[in-house]
Design a protein around this ligand. Structure first.
Ligand SMILES: Cc1cc2nc3c(=O)[nH]c(=O)nc-3n(C[C@H](O)[C@H](O)[C@H](O)COP(=O)(O)OP(=O)(O)OC[C@H]3O[C@@H](n4cnc5c(N)ncnc54)[C@H](O)[C@@H]3O)c2cc1C
Length: 430
């Protein structure tokens, strides 16, 4: 009787020794060199993070509703933060650790990954880079730090978003010392940030066109609660969007109708601030949005790394299956020319893109925040790695036949990560 073990995921030896080290699985120098090229030299950090993320026990589910699956993310996020030292801010500020967390979440935690970059990169890292350290911002950051609230970026608008063309307005109210956020028309409604889940507090980094005394001061991010345990904030209307075909998330369509954000919610670094005379900026209006979103580059890199990690996992599972599966009891799948051609091509593409992603992550780890060269590389590697991973995983699913379509064999869920990255919010911001 043929023995079929489709997935290698459950069988991997995942636990490190108490000191964080583990003997290498292979001592072959070529294998060791390839592993270093792909994973870098932080072997013990990889083992520690892998043990934590695998220890969450998350897995592709079967028989759950879409909304129930989407609601698993916040608890997974809180548990992961606690197990990784207790501070999401510390994880977000450590590019190496953050990237490794995203990679292992892509492999082992299909319900955690969808909220990770929104929380770590797009919310916390933006506050760290552009915040003013005010009591208001510290309070919200403290909630994000332990995952009490989940961080989200509200940027894309229904009418289509390219660069700084967002139409949501943030009108400065000097006597109230704050901004009123409004959606002037349906085209300006924020389109599919994940804030529909009624049970989870959410904090948003919202991009809006700042209007001061009728003047357009450019598009800048503002920090605000968007949802608490008591519901959405006054001045926000949230419509739950339909289920999408992969990676359940609580996507929403969002309309602002006088959401009040205190002046301290402005995320303008030292160059766009609320001073004694109100709003002040040292940067020309057309350059403000791009200056503000320079921090998003690290999110691109993390998504790229996650996509490549998913492709590696998919290949491991498919090759493992191909070495056992003998369709009709005849030729081993792995001995068939067309199967070998597809898997070897996918393997080569995955190695090449994984190494490229690693090299850019190495550059980012030592470069100053917002470094332009790293920013350009991030814009290049994100689509390249996401598209490549998507194609590789589609090949894995096709080559695995019916088994590849079952969620219990993971490939289908791994496809969700690069599929989302292909389209997600950072694609056309330049
Ligand atoms: C899983 C997922 C999660 C998301 N999460 C968030 C979130 O947290 N926050 C948020 O703000 N938004 C989020 N979004 C929205 C996301 O940012 C947009 O879907 C994305 O920017 C594309 O916008 P669009 O869907 O309006 O496509 P459109 O703008 O209508 O684009 C349609 C097509 O035209 C192409 N196109 C458009 N402009 C250009 C251009 N300048 N150059 C080349 N091609 C172009 C696009 O690539 C695409 O193929 C999410 C989307 C997805 C799918």
């Amino acid at each position: 009787m043929e023995k079929i073990a489709m997935t290698t995921v459950d069988g991997l030896p995942i636990l490190a020794h108490p000191d964080g080290t583990r003997p290498p699985i292979h001592s072959d120098p070529t294998v060791d060199a390839l592993r270093t090229a792909i994973l870098g030299t932080e072997t013990s950090l990889h083992h520690r993070v892998r043990a934590v993320i695998a220890g969450l026990g998350d897995r592709p589910s079967t028989g759950m509703t879409y909304a129930t699956e989407a609601s698993l993310a916040p608890d997974l996020l809180r548990t992961a933060i606690a197990a990784l030292g207790g501070s999401a801010v510390a994880i977000a500020n450590d590019p190496r650790l953050r990237g490794i967390v995203c990679e292992w979440a892509a492999v082992y935690a299909p319900h955690l990954l969808p909220v990770l970059t929104g929380h770590l990169d797009l919310s916390i890292a933006t506050i760290t880079a552009l915040g003013n350290g005010s009591a208001y911002q510290r309070e919200l950051l403290a909630e994000l730090d332990i995952g009490e609230s989940v961080g989200v970026l509200l940027l894309t608008e229904l009418g289509g978003t390219n660069g700084a063309d967002q139409q949501t307005t943030a009108t400065w109210d000097s006597p109230r010392n704050g901004f009123w956020l409004d959606s002037p028309d349906p085209a300006s409604w924020k389109f599919m940030p994940n804030i529909a889940d009624t049970t989870t507090p959410k904090i948003g980094v919202i991009t809006a066109r700042v209007i001061v005394d009728g003047r357009d001061e450019g598009v800048l991010p503002l920090l605000s609660r968007v949802r608490t345990q008591h519901g959405v904030e006054a001045g926000l209307s949230v419509l739950v969007l339909p289920d999408k075909g992969w990676t359940p998330m609580d996507h929403a369509l969002i309309r602002f109708d006088k959401l009040f954000v205190p002046g301290d919610g402005l995320l303008g670094g030292t160059w766009a601030v609320i001073g004694a005379d109100g709003f002040e900026s040292t940067v020309p209006v057309p350059a403000r949005f791009h200056r503000a979103i320079a921090t998003l580059g690290q999110g691109r890199l993390d998504l790229a790394g996650a996509a490549a990690a998913g492709a590696r996992a998919g290949l491991a599972v498919t090759v493992n299956y191909a070495l056992q599966r003998r369709p009709g009891g005849r030729t081993l799948m792995a001995d068939r020319g067309t199967v070998r051609r597809d898997l070897v091509s996918a393997l080569a593409a995955t190695y090449a893109t994984s190494v490229l992603g690693r090299r850019v992550q190495d550059m980012a780890a030592t470069a100053p925040t917002g470094d332009q060269v790293v920013g350009v590389w991030s814009m290049l590697v994100k689509p390249l790695l996401a598209y490549t991973a998507h194609e590789v995983l589609l090949t894995c699913r096709q080559r695995s036949g019916a088994q590849g379509t079952l969620r219990t064999n993971w490939i289908q869920d791994w496809i969700g990560s690069p599929a989302g990255s292909d389209m997600s919010q950072e694609t056309r911001l330049s």
